[in-house]
Design a protein around this ligand. Structure first.
Ligand code: 87F
Length: 711
């Protein structure tokens, strides 16, 4: 844990304020995380900032030398800054300069790795200012009108004049050295390379270029490793595969067809299941009045910080303000009260597929935690408690099918504890998932509302004896979080791995053709295969584009997670065969042309099943059964799901959370788990021994419960 004091300029907001207060013209743009230079350059070539040209995105390096000093270098991204050259410029022996350690980044600049920037110099203490030498690339000052610097994070860039940057730093006590890296580079070159060596190298590079034809395949790849940097891996996966684009409002994202089509598959699958038991779709309004929202005070109160309000229209006020639905109980139930008169009007089984807004302040994660999301919300009204209870569990089972059968993601069905249930209801059931980053994730919930809402909204009916009765209700929801869970579970270091049942494209056909081949024959065969697959209901694509090489296409479709690739060239055709490549296990094998359709059908099923089994095994291997607190902590610290015998007491649950937090705060180790919670009490229970005690308080155990870190 860092011992450093609070940073003066910890984030882009504080930097933005500073620039405004100094009257420095600037433009801060938000974007996807750009942690290294190549994706940043690609991004700004596609999305040029509205600033004075020429502009350039800068690289920033924080280095140390053996004598204990530090350098921060801000340079044009194409200025050479290799360590050898820097040693020469800073007149020190080769090998004396290297990257500064992570803890120095934190204690000096208050930066995360990947976020180093010249504004972070403003966080140096007066003592530290003496230890850090700042070098600004002369090239920047001479050639560019505007420079781009990440303001303490990688998801935005601040554009300003280089001279303004220099003045600002100097005003804050930083010595700015304007350094000409280019001249030294020239000197270095002249000193070194005999001409012949240089020529040889150039020739080699040219040859390599020719071999790769028009493409730079490496630009398609995922740079982050899932097992090393899960969150950057995730961001890279979902942006490069074109599932998501970032948006200027924090916590809101653009769902592109590659992810929206998965949502459509989920809608179709779950839509059919619920329609099959008589649920009908509705569309209720987006807005809810203040009065209606707070009618059922008790449950809304806890959630009220997350409600977003519309307070203006054009120039006028909207008075009183109206809320944007965070959920639709208070919108639907007044109508239910009107529609329901007799037992003959029951059950009322309603559902809607909509967007929802909850203004959260926790760190957003696309699909997993967003301020606006898509979901279905089901609301049903019944004549008896039992009937409502049956509905709750029927829906929970449908949700489990969506995750397990459709998305190949194993989940655990169970009851939420009293602390974690929806406070407006009688009991809450959930399905919970476990992600490869060691976090549990609530995948969907189904609530028994008892008569709590029917009392409030007067949803009453005349029973067969003409007696007035309060109705029994349920509500249930599943969101686009499902897509995030399936990406996180199945994705690998090449990108997405999509389960065949939800993949927008299940099979991609890639021809391999050299200039000497008979193009018509090769392309014709691809068309044939495509037609046959299509006619058999398989979602196929024949990638016959002349723009890219087969290698580029392979990388592209692997990144997008297409379950099967069929590749073939002249040689394959002469043997009446093609090659199959399975995205999930990266294996290749040949298949006879006559057998392609049957084999594809078989393999789509095999892959779907194999992906589920792989996740099941991963989860089994990261599950601890703990009968005492030490074992429980050990499991949590390993990033495991932990099953414990538990007393079911709410106080005990609170105390466990407090204790775990306290231990983490005291601990020196950085990755000690700080927060944990119960995920649920699984419906499928292992046997409890007669004298099993609660793992924490020692009272008699009532049940097994699952604990974990959680989103
Ligand atoms: C945020 C703001 C206001 C969750 C909120 O789970 C109200 C709420 O009522 C709120 N966040 N909830 C609970 C939602 C319960 C329930 N609604 C129907 C569901 C499933 C679908």
């Amino acid at each position: 844990m860092s011992s450093s004091s609070e940073a003066k300029y910890p984030d882009k907001e504080s930097i933005s304020k500073l620039l405004s207060s100094e009257n420095i013209p600037n433009l801060i743009v938000d974007h996807e995380p750009l942690l290294t230079i190549p994706p940043a350059l690609e991004y700004f070539s596609k999305n040029p900032p509205a600033v004075e040209a020429p502009f350039i995105y800068c690289k920033n390096l924080f280095l140390k030398n053996k004598a204990g000093g530090f350098y921060l270098i801000t340079a044009a991204n194409d200025t050479k800054t290799d360590y050898k050259l820097l040693c020469k410029i800073f007149k020190t022996k080769n090998g004396n300069i290297r990257e500064a350690e992570k803890d120095k980044l934190t204690s000096y600049l208050h930066c995360e790795p990947g976020h180093v920037n010249s504004f972070s110099l403003l966080n140096l203490s007066p003592e530290q200012k003496k230890e850090v030498n700042f070098h600004l690339d002369k090239n920047l000052m001479d050639k560019y009108k505007t420079v781009g610097i990440p303001p303490m994070n990688s998801s935005s860039t601040c554009w300003l004049k280089p001279q303004d940057l220099k003045n600002l730093l100097e005003k804050n006590g930083i010595t700015v050295n304007i350094t000409d890296f280019a001249i030294k580079e020239e000197e270095k070159k002249e000193e070194k390379k005999p001409e012949k060596k240089k020529e040889k190298k150039e020739k080699k590079q040219e040859k390599k270029k020719e071999e790769n034809q028009d493409e730079d395949i490496s630009a398609l790849g995922i740079q982050y490793k899932k097992e090393e940097n899960f969150s950057d891996w995730y961001s890279e996966c979902i942006t490069k595969s074109e599932m998501i684009d970032y948006y200027e409002i924090s916590g809101c994202y653009i769902l592109r067809p590659w992810s929206y089509e998965i949502w459509e598959k989920i809608q179709e699958y779950l839509g059919n299941l619920i329609k099959g038991i008589g649920v009908k779709n509705y569309n209720f309004p987006l807005f809810v009045s203040q009065k209606a929202l707070f009618k059922e005070k008790e449950h809304v109160e806890g959630f009220s910080p997350e409600v977003a309000w519309v307070t203006k229209s054009g120039k006028g006020e909207i008075d009183p303000p109206i809320a944007i639905r965070p959920t639709s109980e208070t919108i639907m139930y007044p109508a239910f009260a009107k529609w329901i008169r007799s037992h003959r009007d029951l059950p009322l089984l309603a559902n809607q597929w909509t967007n929802i807004v909850r203004w959260e302040f926790k760190n957003p994660t696309p699909f997993i935690r967003t301020r606006e999301f898509l979901w279905q919300e089901g609301h049903t009204v019944h004549a008896t408690y039992e009937e409502a209870k049956d509905m709750v569990f029927k829906i929970l089972d449908f949700y489990k099918m969506v995750y397990e059968d459709l998305c190949a993601c194993p989940v655990i069905a169970g009851m939420k504890t009293e602390n974690e249930k929806f406070p407006g209801g009688v009991f809450t059931t959930s399905i919970e998932g476990f992600l490869p980053n060691g976090k549990g994730v609530q995948c969907a919930t189904s609530h028994h509302l008892g008569q709590n809402f029917s009392k409030m909204f007067e949803i009453v009916f005349l029973d067969k004896e003409k007696k007035k009765q309060l109705a029994w209700q349920t509500s249930w929801g599943l969101t686009t979080r499902t897509i995030g869970v399936l990406i996180m579970m199945h994705g690998d270091n090449k990108g997405l791995v999509l389960p065949p049942k939800v993949a927008p494209i299940q099979v991609v056909i890639v021809p391999i053709k050299t200039s000497k081949d008979n193009a018509a024959e090769i392309m014709g065969k691809g068309e044939d295969i495509f037609e046959k697959l299509k006619n058999n209901g398989i979602r196929a694509l024949f990638d016959d584009s002349e723009m890219h090489t087969p290698g580029w296409k392979y990388a592209q479709w692997e990144l997008k997670g297409v379950p099967i690739r069929i590749e073939y060239g002249k040689k394959d055709l002469s043997k009446d065969q093609v090659t199959f490549f399975c995205r999930d296990n990266l294996e290749k094998f040949t298949v006879k042309l006559d057998n392609v359709v049957d084999k594809i059908k078989e393999m789509l099923e095999v892959i779907q099943k194999r992906m589920f089994e792989k996740q099941k095994e991963r989860i089994n291997n990261s599950t601890t059964h703990a009968k005492d607190f030490d074992k429980f902590l050990e499991g949590l610290n390993k990033g495991n799901l932990v099953y414990t015998p538990w007393c079911k007491d709410s106080d005990c649950e609170d105390k466990v959370k407090e204790k775990v937090k306290e231990i983490a705060e005291k601990s020196e180790e950085q990755d000690t788990v700080g927060t944990c919670k119960t995920l649920n009490i699984p419906l499928e229970q292992d046997k409890l021994e007669e004298n099993d005690k609660c793992f924490f308080c020692g009272k008699k155990a009532q049940t097994w419960a699952i604990w974990g870190r959680s989103y």
